[in-house]
Write a protein that binds this ligand. Sequence first.
Ligand code: SF4
Length: 389
Amino acid sequence: MNSVQLQQTTASMSSMNATLSTLPPLSPTNDPWDPIRSLRRHGRHRLTSVEMTVSNLCNMRCEHCAVGDTLVMAEPQKLPLKQMLERLDEVEHLETISITGGEPSFSDRTVREYMVPLLQYARSRGVRSQINSNVTLPYSRYEQLAPYLDVMHISFNYTNADDFHQIGFAKAGHSVSRVAAAKLYDRMIDNARRLSETGVLVSAESMINYRTFDKIDEIHRLIAEMGCKRHEVHPMYPSAFAKDLPVITREQMRQSIELLLSKRDPSIWMLFGTLPFYHCSDNKEERKLLARLASEPNVTVRNDPDGRNRLNVNLFTGDVFVTDFSDVPAFGNIASSKLDEMFDRWLDHSLARSVDCHCPAASCCGPNLLVKDMYYKDTDFHTKTALFD
Ligand code: SF4
């Protein structure tokens, strides 16, 4: 780098830092990924969030992986970054971007040529950013991203290295030694701690499933010890890749959440998402749980962003989806359409309409598509309304 380039880089870094300092911190009262915010602000759903899939490579093969059936050993070229940036530029109300995979940082080249520039773009526009990663690779990968990144989202469903070994390589197709797995486990913990120390909001997500529902409190304790500032909790819904896993009942999910609420570290932001419980439910216990979640400090329930304020772009094909793991086929491509136009087309889709209800008093804007399909197939949410006891 010559001195002119160095001066330009330093100038643009300080302007990005200035942008960051004017943005309100992410907190339980400021979660721009929640579609209820844009619905309130605009009076209708708007595209405010774009997720980009930048890798189908991963060093792990988790039992529960939502995109496990798309993982490959070698992947094709991605679209030019410029094309993606131009499409992002056209999104009028963009507030957040997310970068996902596979393990998005699997290739150092992808980190340098796509992820860092996308994060720099977001920071310079005052848009918040998230990366979904397993953070098991050498810290140098994540160190390049940290200066521009708001949220590092990791999965954490373990109580020790043995859990990690069993769950993280369940679909590897070959045996992975416990020693090798334990090394990655320790590195993941170390990386999460280091990222947290640099000021990145490390948000660990746990799934409530047949393995975790009765030890979610222990998982939470380890997440707090790792220095994570947020613990995100979602029930697991079997996607295509994980469809053969045992399913737990709604009652078991409810009890697991109650356990977590009783044992949690109150200084950690607890973010619940894609819960199968709604304020319009006939089940009083479920409504009671929602009331408890609403009243506890440092606890939020995020409405489902998929297809409400967010779309997913596959950077290999340009195809646009509701989410990276949805069975709903692509409904457009960035080669031929603007993202805002595709989003408006999606809102007109019968599937989008089937979950498009809104009860302002409950801060709820309807069920997730997978949840509706699994538990509420015959329910017409348009005929329901939030109940308060
Ligand atoms: S918005 Fe829909 S799902 Fe939520 S409480 Fe109202 S009717 Fe039920």
